[in-house]
Ligand binder design. Structure first.
Ligand code: PBG
Length: 343
């Protein structure tokens, strides 16, 4: 018996009898064949980079729970936007950490055309017109209680919040924002913002809806970054989706699409891949995931402890979003990934 006819016998049947001669490992045997059959790819075109901006000059502050991520003054944010554009990152998303003295019960400072977000947008647009700018029309960095809505007698009031967020969105568009991404989950905000933008002549400004934003523990480091961690009392369960629910997420997305959302987002990301897949299958909309601060922090912390290979875990997590059906990902890893993909 020569080596080519060795019996591949198991206890009962041969492996070929078991598999019907189908062997899925055949195409995994070499790097070239794995590349040939790879179904999903991550490219720089998939990346949106969230950044944190503050007032001042030439200053950046560390965020303890987000190693490698900084709050930056506008001048530095402009330089980072230039770097992002050079790397080919299509868009950035800005979030402010506002002086505590400027925060109040209604988040009124969001209506200041010269607040740090609107000034950052103007500065970035002037210096780097080729990069997309996404702004969040949510009140939480502007309220003294850290909620995304106006708080009256312990209740987040929906319609008043929507009215204010709509004006804020128009101001952001007037400052040069290309996409308004309201993250507050108030009912009716997408339709109201669409009307507001259109009435002000901003038909070309798009809306990326945080269509399915879940009440989640994974936002912790972001709240440190924007300075709401110490302010927030209670939780956001009266406006974010219960993370036990999936049908409700579909209804939320359906509603936002009906009201005029151009793109939808799922947030957080990795624990919600099932939601991404459901929404993509159901609506075929441009669909995005926000790999949130807590997801970033977990990968970084494990990597810094030497418990996982951070770069590999980062790339695997991002490719998982593509496999789940995402067109792109908001991720704090964006510049790092873009550099790795380039090299
Ligand atoms: C609130 C908002 C949150 C994030 C961005 N905008 C969540 C929150 O504070 O409840 C989270 C982003 C992240 O965790 O990276 N409108």
């Amino acid at each position: 018996m020569n080596k080519f006819t060795l019996p591949r016998q198991t206890a009962g049947r041969t492996v070929d009898e078991i598999t019907g001669s189908r062997r899925l490992r055949r195409m995994r045997k070499a790097d070239w064949s794995r590349r040939l059959v790879q179904e999903n790819r991550l490219t720089v075109d998939d990346l949106i980079w969230p950044i944190f901006v503050i007032d001042g000059d030439n200053r950046r502050e560390e965020i303890a729970a987000m190693p490698g991520v900084y709050r930056m003054t506008i001048d530095l944010a402009v330089r980072e936007a230039e770097r992002a554009a050079r790397l080919g990152i299509p868009a950035i998303a800005t979030f402010p950490n506002v002086d505590l003295a400027l925060r109040d019960q209604t988040g009124s400072h969001i209506l200041d055309a010269d607040n740090v977000i609107n000034r950052a947008t103007r500065a970035i647009k002037a210096a780097v017109p080729e990069i997309g700018i996404i702004t969040d029309a949510a009140l939480d960095p502007f309220t003294d209680h850290g909620h995304d809505g106006i708080l009256r007698d312990g209740v987040i009031v929906n319609d008043e919040t929507v009215a204010q967020v709509t004006v804020a969105a128009v101001l952001q568009a007037a400052s040069g924002a290309d996409i308004i991404a309201p993250s507050d989950m108030m009912d009716g905000r997408i339709g109201a913002i669409r009307d507001g933008l259109d009435a002000a002549g901003f038909q070309d400004v798009a809306i990326m809806s945080y269509a399915t934003k879940f009440a989640s523990a994974f936002y912790g480091p972001y709240r440190e970054a924007v300075g709401t961690a110490g302010l927030l009392k209670g939780d956001k369960k009266t406006y974010y989706i219960d993370h036990a629910n999936s049908d409700e997420a579909v209804r939320e997305a359906e509603q936002d699409i009906a009201e005029g959302a151009d793109m939808i987002m799922v947030k957080p990301g990795m624990p919600y891949l099932d939601i991404i897949r459901r929404l993509k299958d159901e609506f075929q909309m441009p669909t995005f995931a926000y790999q949130v601060s807590g997801e970033y922090a977990m990968i970084m912390a494990a990597a810094e402890n030497g418990w996982i290979d951070g770069d590999k875990a980062m790339l695997e997590s991002l490719l998982a979003f593509k496999r789940a059906g995402c067109d792109g990902i908001l991720t704090y890893f964006a510049p790092k990934v873009a550099e790795m993909l380039r090299d």
